[in-house]
Design a protein around this ligand. Structure first.
Ligand code: BG6
Length: 717
């Protein structure tokens, strides 16, 4: 019972209190780890900040734990709360005492318990002659409990008319797009969108929360810099030294991409990449601009990722989850991802996302590295940080830990002197400190005057209704829609094993080229384990024979693609010499992607300016649809080469506002046929001239020659 009722924080504020009303904060899971470590402290911080402004509070710690036991745990937590450094000990003790009197534990299990809580809040408000401003329910409980709790709140614990309800939810919000959608639908049946506050605690990290204000306050300086012409690349990194021991049951299901990339790092990416709204204090505008970033994200492919797993992980899983001796997990504990945005601001700029457990250090940062076009005549010792265009130019939002040890914003002195709010101050850092290849003195460096943990920041934002610091349903689903196809395609991929800590050496370094990521150091691999001389791909030569009475070239996929690309280039050169132009007909789907990439990245002498491109098949979707073959051609080839627009000939599947005008599911059937490649080669070798059923059997050039290129897998089966 809240018999002690509401404590008047400052006597002089009675009038203001009347105006601002009473807010009840219900912490569900009040005896759990997160609550003990951060949430109670965050609530205390809120009380310190707001009570003096006339706000009136009651704090209800709740859990399934029995009353007496729960009370004990909560009492201990309340005892351990700390005040900011600038509060004198006596004053701190006084404030803690006030907060403790406003905080109560109660068991909350049944719908009746929720109804009783609601009644108690109403009685309290009435007794004190206050009015109810709103209720906050903080769900610090596992997601499987969400729906039942949501139902009980909705049916029995909503505040009366005129008062607001805010429910705060902790991740994970689903496991993929479908489960996130399901959870969102369930919650949506109990709460309105504006009532839900989904937490991503990285949005409360001070350096992350500073990204938009920094961009806003330095608009003028950044105007010409924050774009593809100036930015070389963006790195968004979260390194951890801890591993997943003790939480493998969670981790086995999630892995690093779902655990931190889909949420924390993606959220950061949107803050860096979004078009800056004219007024960043408008939550609606910020959220709308965030969504536009999701719309511009280019779909990820298998080659967009490198995956690792620390060596001890499988053993930990076997032990903690009681798996058989031979069990090997495929769950990645490290990932590097290459992301591109297809919009005018960011086209061509690599965004590199990286996170992992059991790495050599704990640190997080966003690094915007600018292009450097300077050609320097003077030697390095004469370079002056403020003036030299020869030094690297970068802006870093340093999230915390690492060598610097605190959140910071760093701006290379050769860029501009930034403006930061008064709550940030210029700092020097320990002498001799180097960050990102340069001494700290090369940067204007700012840190928060008062360091705050992420949860305190977010609790304050919930209280102030700042929805833009939280994840809306639309935002969440857009993020899962982006990540789910990649997660599906990686489901059976074996991650590279790494020893953990400093011993990782360069094993996890990776690089990007042609839209693909790969580890920089090749891992010595044996194709077939054991002694003897098992054949490796390089042991085979390109074979020539015949297929359907025509020449056949066959090899391992890589060699075959290289050979095919060489032959196409030779044919193109010959054709252009002879007639001034070359016509290349390409198929769609995923099969020719490797060829497109080879042509795009390895054939600089190709006469693209004289080449016409045709597609031999297309799906029944508009050309702008990511599923269309034309889009595949665009992504993997066209955007990397210089081909006159009028030399590109997409198939006219979308005419007169109609698509193919067939209802026979031709697109799906075709996709299945592509994936059933092996049977097709056998079948095509046997069928006669049946172009209606097998269009490829109708290819009968009237001049030139038909050559079949088929890799060993397809050819030998
Ligand atoms: C959580 C992840 O969201 O973030 C953890 O589930 C991770 O795996 C943690 O360790 C990192 O947060 P912080 O605040 O310690 O950087």
């Amino acid at each position: 019972m809240l018999a002690v009722a509401v404590f008047v924080a400052l006597l002089g504020c009675l009038r203001a209190q009347e105006l601002r009303g009473h807010v009840s904060i219900v912490l569900l899971g009040a005896t759990g780890d997160l609550a003990k470590k951060y949430l109670w402290q965050g609530l205390f911080q809120l009380y310190l900040e707001e009570a003096g402004k006339g706000h009136n509070f009651s704090f209800h710690g709740t859990a399934l734990t029995a009353t007496e036991q729960g009370q004990e745990v909560v009492a201990k937590v309340l005892e351990s709360l700390s005040c900011p450094k600038d509060v004198a000990p006596a004053r701190c003790a006084e404030l803690k005492d006030q907060f403790q009197r406003l905080s109560q534990y109660r068991q909350l299990k049944t719908t009746e318990d929720y109804a009783a809580l609601s009644k108690d809040i109403e009685a309290l408000v009435q007794r004190e002659g206050l009015w109810e401003a709103g209720r906050i329910f903080y769900f610090s409980v596992p997601p499987f409990a969400y729906t039942d709790i949501a139902r009980s709140i909705n049916s029995s614990c909503r505040p009366g008319p005129g008062a607001w309800l805010r429910v705060v939810l902790e991740k994970p919000f689903g496991h993929n797009h479908l489960s996130a959608q399901q959870l969102a639908t369930d919650l949506g049946s109990f709460f309105h969108e504006e009532e839900m506050y989904r937490v991503d605690h990285y949005l409360g990290k001070q350096a992350v929360a500073q990204i938009l204000p920094f961009r806003d306050q330095n608009r003028k300086a950044l105007d010409g810099l924050w774009n593809r012409h100036q930015v070389e690349r963006v790195e968004i990194v979260m390194k951890e030294t801890v591993d997943a021991e003790g939480r493998t049951s969670f981790y086995e299901e999630y892995g690093v991409i779902r655990d931190v990339l889909q949420n924390h790092l993606t959220e950061i990416l949107t803050l860096v990449a979004m078009e800056l709204p004219p007024d960043i204090s408008s939550s609606e505008d910020v959220l709308r601009h965030k969504l536009q970033v999701f719309q511009a994200l280019r779909g990820l492919r298998r080659g967009s990722a490198v995956l690792g797993q620390y060596q001890a992980y499988s053993e930990q899983v076997r032990r903690e989850l009681d798996k058989p001796a031979g069990f090997l997990s495929l769950t990645p504990t490290f990932a590097g991802i290459l992301v591109h945005l297809d919009n005018l601001r960011w086209e061509g700029v690599p965004f590199l996302l990286m996170s992992g457990k059991a790495l050599d250090e704990r640190m997080g940062y966003v690094r915007v590295l600018f292009k450097n076009r300077a050609c320097c005549a003077q030697s390095e010792q004469h370079w002056v940080a403020e003036q030299s265009a020869c030094l690297p130019r970068q802006i870093i939002f340093y999230i915390g830990h690492g060598a610097l040890g605190s959140p910071a914003v760093l701006v290379s002195r050769n860029l501009f002197r930034p403006t930061l709010p008064g709550s940030w101050e210029e700092v020097g850092g320990p002498p001799g400190l180097h960050l990102f290849g340069r001494p700290l003195s090369d940067f204007y460096a700012y840190s928060p005057v008062r360091e705050q943990d992420a949860y305190s920041v977010l609790i304050s934002r919930i209280f102030h209704g700042r929805k833009d610091s939280f994840i809306t349903t639309e935002n969440l689903l857009a993020s899962w829609a982006f990540w789910t196809p990649l997660l599906d395609s990686l489901a059976h991929e074996a991650p590279r094993l790494y020893p953990g800590g400093a011993e990782n050496g360069h094993l996890l370094d990776f690089e990007f080229s042609g839209g693909q990521l790969s580890f920089s150091v090749q891992q010595p691999e044996q194709l077939v384990p054991g002694p003897g001389s098992a054949p490796a791909p390089s042991d085979f030569q390109v074979l020539r024979s015949t297929y359907r009475d025509r020449p056949l070239v066959t090899a391992w996929p890589e060699e075959l693609i290289a050979k095919l690309a060489d032959d196409i280039e030779a044919a193109a050169m010959k054709a252009v010499r002879r007639s001034g132009q070359f016509h290349l007909a390409l198929s769609g789907g995923s099969s020719p992607v490797a060829l497109f990439q080879q042509l795009a990245m390895g054939h600089y002498a190709f006469p693209w300016a004289h080449t016409h491109l045709w597609l031999v098949d297309e799906r029944c979707v508009p050309l702008w649809d990511p599923e269309s073959n034309f889009q595949g051609l665009q992504t993997h080839l066209l955007q990397h080469v210089r081909l006159p627009h009028y030399h590109v000939h997409p198939m006219p599947v979308h005419l007169r506002q109609r698509l193919c005008a067939q209802e026979d599911q031709g697109a799906q059937a075709y996709a299945e046929e592509i994936s059933a490649l092996r049977e097709i080669t056998l079948l095509v070798s046997r069928v006669g001239h049946e172009p209606k059923k097998w269009p490829i059997s109708g290819v009968q050039p009237v001049s030139g020659q038909l050559v079949w290129y088929m890799d060993y897998e397809a050819f030998l089966g």
